[in-house]
Design a protein around this ligand. Structure first.
Ligand code: KIV
Ligand code: ZN
Length: 519
């Protein structure tokens, strides 16, 4: 990609590759397609769709995203090995605009792993970048751990990669070690000293281990980088990556000082942030910049007073800029399906007829139980209605609990047949999960159980996230209900259904169960 407008910053989103590498953030095939489509629609320039050699599933996802791509460049990752690069090309080649991204660790620590001398590594870079360039005319090369690589050596290998045909040079701060001044200086030095630097785009890829990823990315732009690599909600290895919403909004809000711009439609930020939180099972922290629940909330009297007089007193951007309507939902139990569809459209949620039917049933049920139904309640229903196998379904749950032991009686449909069980537990959620395990025996370990209130009040919907691990496979589930225990049961069942899909089996292999207490 050539960038003729010198102030245009190219946005490269790696939610589906680096983001998906967060332990537990694995997404299903359909979820990846959905997120790629949302990224393309919001104007992201390049989508790193996966690591095709990593697994058959990654290959399929990257290929299908490539086939369906519209305006975005579709990129796949490949190590500095010829079979990786060939596999990557096979996956991306059907995109309207394909890109191969190949990388190798260049710092002393990373050179020691394949045990290559500086010269041997330089040769490998020349060979692999040339190979990629013979397949594709859009090639990105990354010296992994660039910020801990000797700067002279870095300049040398960047020059080799440019000569071998790389069109974008990405400078990763793989371990989140750099700081803003250094980040800018490094890019400046490369551009000033490496022959051929003016003919390529320099990119920045920052991890957030010291909480400086966004600052480092913006500093790199000041130093001359014109591509920022980032993820939605800052998802990514360890502490994550630069968050897309942060850099895009920073460039927009600070445009008078940093005269750069991106092609991203910022009004789509909130919706994609929520979808990524749902499908990855990584809820957004309340005080997260731009997309956190409190990002536009004003609590103190002084702030509220200022806001009423002039919103600019305490807000540097408007909630509407990122797609928040800020209004509470004027829908009630008498509202019809058309009103619900219109409201969803207003919130940027596009659902098919079947999903709308499902959400409508849940909406009516909620409106019967809850005085006010807010936008966030509706979004929680949308998240809860999405995807997965439905081999297991909650039919009924009755729980007794209090100061003594809790007891849960659960009816569940397993592959169309109803089963029920009663279990004691250390609290209502424990009793319920035991009953689920009794009806659907499994080895999955509960890695995470989290409850959030979606809106205010004791009748608020609770959103529950559950993360399960079984034989190295991870599945997350989410659900929302005004009853926390019901939301917990549904989230647990949701995660199990996704595990069933991941195992590549159906729930039909559930053995005859000996119930401790069958009702
Ligand atoms: O953090 C990193 O160095 C990476 C590379 C593969 C670009 O993700
Ligand atoms: Zn990374």
């Amino acid at each position: 990609m050539t960038n003729t407008d010198n102030n245009r910053v190219v946005i490269f989103d790696t939610t589906l590759r680096d983001g998906e590498q967060s332990p537990g953030a694995t997404m299903t095939h359909d979820e990846k397609l959905e997120i790629a489509e949302l990224l393309d629609d919001m104007g992201v320039d390049i989508i790193e769709a996966g690591f095709p050699i990593a697994s058959e599933g990654d290959f399929r996802a990257v290929s299908e995203i490539a086939q369906r791509s519209k305006d975005a460049v579709i990129c796949g990752l490949a190590r500095a090995q010829l079979p990786d690069i060939d596999r990557c090309w096979d996956a991306v080649k059907q995109a309207r605009q394909p890109r191969i991204h190949t990388f190798i660790g260049t710092s002393p620590l990373h050179r020691a792993i394949p045990n290559l001398t500086m010269d041997e590594m330089a040769e490998r870079i020349e060979q692999t970048v040339s190979h990629a360039r013979n397949l594709c005319d859009n090639v990105q090369w990354s010296p992994m751990d660039a910020t801990r690589t000797e700067w002279d050596y870095l300049c040398r290998v960047v020059e080799i990669a440019i000569k071998a045909g790389a069109t974008t040079i990405n400078i990763p701060d793989t371990v989140g070690y750099t700081a803003p001044v250094e980040s800018a200086d490094l890019i400046r030095r490369l551009i000033a000293t490496v022959p051929g630097a003016a003919d390529v785009i320099f990119a920045t890829h920052c991890h957030n281990d010291l909480g400086m990823a966004t600052a480092n990315a913006l500093a790199a732009v000041e130093g001359g980088a014109r591509q920022i690599e980032c993820t939605i909600n800052g998802l990514g290895e360890r502490a994550g990556n630069t968050a897309l919403e942060e850099v895009v909004m920073a460039l927009k809000v600070r445009n008078d000082i940093m005269p750069f711009h991106t092609g991203v439609d910022t009004k789509k930020i909130m919706h994609i942030s929520r979808r990524v939180a749902t499908v990855s099972g990584f809820p957004v922290q309340f005080n997260k910049a731009i997309v956190g629940k409190n990002a536009f909330a004003h609590e103190s009297g002084i702030h509220q007073d200022g806001m009423l007089k002039n919103a600019e007193t305490f807000e540097i951007m408007r909630p509407e800029d990122v797609g928040l309507s800020g209004t509470s939902l004027p829908l009630g139990k008498h509202s019809g399906r058309a009103a619900l569809r219109a409201k969803l459209k207003d919130m940027g949620v596009d659902v098919g007829d079947n999903q709308l039917k499902d959400i409508f049933v849940r909406f009516k049920d909620l409106a019967d139980r809850k005085k006010e139904v807010f936008d966030d309640d509706i979004l929680a229903l949308v998240s809860a209605s999405s995807e997965g196998s439905d081999a297991l379904q909650l039919v009924n749950l009755h729980v007794t609990c209090g100061t003594g032991p809790a007891e849960a009686t659960l009816e569940m449909e397993i592959d169309g047949k109803e089963h029920s069980a009663t279990c004691d537990g250390d609290g209502p959620v424990d009793a319920t999960f035991k009953a689920v395990r009794l009806l659907h025996p499994n080895k999955a370990r509960l890695q995470l159980y989290q409850v959030h209130a979606v809106t205010e009040g004791t009748d608020a919907q609770a959103t529950v996230s559950v993360r399960l691990e079984e034989d190295g496979m991870i599945a997350t589930g989410q659900s929302a209900d005004t009853d926390t225990v019901v939301a917990s049961a549904k989230a647990y069942i949701h995660a199990l259904n996704r595990l069933i899909v991941r195992r590549g089996k159906t729930g039909k292999d559930v053995k005859e169960i000996s119930y401790r207490d069958v009702t």
